[in-house]
Design a protein around this ligand. Sequence first.
Ligand code: NAD
Length: 483
Amino acid sequence: MPGFEYAPAPESRDVVDVRGSYGLYVGGEFVDGGAGSLKTVNPATEEVLAEVAVASADDVDRAVRAARKAYEKTWSRLPGAERAKYLFRIARIVQERARELAVLETLDNGKPIKESRDVDVPLVAAHFFYHAGWADKLEWAGLPGRAPGATPRPHGVVGQVIPWNFPLLMLAWKVAPALATGNTVVLKPAETTPLTALLFAEICEQAGLPPGVVNIVTGAGETGAALVRHPGVDKIAFTGSTDVGRQIAKTLAGTRVKATLELGGKAANIVFDDAALDQAVEGIVNGIFFNQGHVCCAGSRLLVQESVAEEVVTRLQRRLTTLRVGDPMDKNTDVGAVNSRAQLERITELADSGDAEGAHRWTAPCELPDQGFWFAPTVFTDVAPAHRIAREEIFGPVLSVMTFRTPDEALTKANTTPYGLSAGIWTEKGSRILWMADRLRAGVVWANTFNRFDPTSPFGGYKESGYGREGGRHGLAAYVKEA
Ligand code: NAD
């Protein structure tokens, strides 16, 4: 019997003015880059959206100098209450321009408009509001290094490098606490998603932020590396892959520069037989198919108790047949485009290794567009812990299902990973939640929910997922001197 079809509900792209080309934002001005330019494309259509300048090492140097000047002349001299005003202003402008930001994010990244509109951009505003609130109360935040009542001291100039999966949100996680604590910033967005960071530069201008307090240098890995090794930077905050995080840690080892590294993950989402199964299925779907699975804390390993495994997989597959995959600008779309051709190739290669190693692949029935980068929601069963799809971060809409019999076995399997960013537990027993949460080596543990983010709550990992926390008072601590 034919089902009801959704009518198309496209968001209009007219709300955003995408310019043909963009420069770097240095010292409060848009300037040319000395290392050519790169093209940023809409991953859903492969249309070139804009040419974006690539910052050379000299450009990075200019940006660091601009940040230093702003730090010394203005920003470090402002009382917290004054800094707070700018952050509140930025937060309010983000809210006012929310639709424009959401559309631009979706065009540049490929994520569904309903996610950029309802998750990314509201959280961006929330991060600025939250940190604005702290700016004049840092004395009482219990931060390291100073006695209560003494003002904590910022590092100075902070270099920040971010990935492409939540471009504007990762910017907010980094810029808001840095400014609240009195640092100035040079930020490098990812090469495939620079546009919302450049729109953010306009928002800084609109908020009247003094020139040089926030500088945006676009480019790829070389630009990031030039920022990391610049001697004028006092602290590095990096979010991205474990491989690059390792290189950064090596570069900074033995220097005075402080670093926080937010890296990859391979989280276990653990479903016990007493869980509310329909609710758990929603959590599994959210855990791995939200943002096309381009989520560092994605619940990419489903551990399900053997007695309910068949039931859970059946319900999950039924639910996945209702997911709408396609045009990210359509308000009914649940799963959008993969961010880049390179990422699509990585996902495809890892999924193929699942077939080759003997796991069983199930793909949600959906029609993928001809143009653009797409990967249908995929579930692997018969997965062994030694399979690559059980060990390596796929960073795409691919779930690996394994089973367990006892809580001990669930725990052992969950912790058998070089990563330790997040985990999920689904059970009706509070005592079991606490027992598991105590023993899971993961920075964030969700119980009967998944992928909940809040600026008040610290986020970060153990082991190869990196070190340092973002969000909450722990996140502020990373931006002040320890002594
Ligand atoms: P990536 O490490 O390739 O790139 C991240 C950023 O680093 C980009 O801006 C890139 O240009 C820059 N970069 C690349 N090489 C560099 C170098 N040598 N020196 C300095 N900068 C360099 O990662 P990606 O593919 O963009 O992002 C995906 C990864 O990010 C995943 O592994 C994911 O788990 C991780 N991630 C982690 C978190 C977290 O909070 N833990 C959040 C989002 C993404």
